[in-house]
Design a protein around this ligand. Sequence first.
Ligand code: ADP
Ligand code: ZN
Length: 218
Amino acid sequence: MRIVILGPPGAGKGTYASRLTKILGIPHISTGDMVREEIKKQTDLGKKIKEYSDKGVLVPDDIIIKLLEERLKKPDCKEGFILDGFPRTINQAEALEKIAKIDLVINLKVPDDIIITRLSNRLICSKCGAIYNLLTLKPKKEGVCDKCGGKLYRREDDRPEVIRERLNIYRKQTEPLIDYYTKKGLLRNVRCDDLMIPPEVMVEKIIEVIRETVEEVS
Ligand code: ADP
Ligand code: ZN
């Protein structure tokens, strides 16, 4: 199954997708992670990308589309994938259509106040990319990843002024995709109105929607 997870920054796309990938046995492809990987490698492309990413603005479509296209060519994507953070513009959605047929778009609906609280308390593992939250998903040992022992850090773009900018950009450039995929009959909403809902519960809700879609198809 080829799934897109849509939603504002901080909606939980990465947190849920990293759990769904284990349950469904298809890869989790996060363009945000790919961007951070590229920056870490300090390649020419990485240096260029960093200027956008640190400010919270989108990396130009041609760069990100090319990165994604290369990734989807890999053999592990044959049986499907979960896309997190792509597409983020109509232009990207149209490019994606030429690369792969999407079966389902999960739209995470999360109020702004929850998003802002979440992002301001988010920590990421510098080694394995695991996502933590000081309020809702604390690491067992402060500053250290439960899974791999890596050091946890705050993302450059999780500062309050950048968060606001990212939300603006989401509204302007990404939200139109909700209409786009609704018209194609692919969109399903999953709501999260409470900061303290554990990820497992949200993952259950998403799995339920996936099950229903599989049943409709077969
Ligand atoms: P968020 O938590 O805001 O959803 P991500 O981790 O998905 O952030 O992405 C981090 C940054 O990487 C974005 O702010 C943007 O600069 C860049 N990026 C990721 N995916 C895309 C994309 N599909 N198009 C353009 N830029 C992207
Ligand atoms: Zn880790």
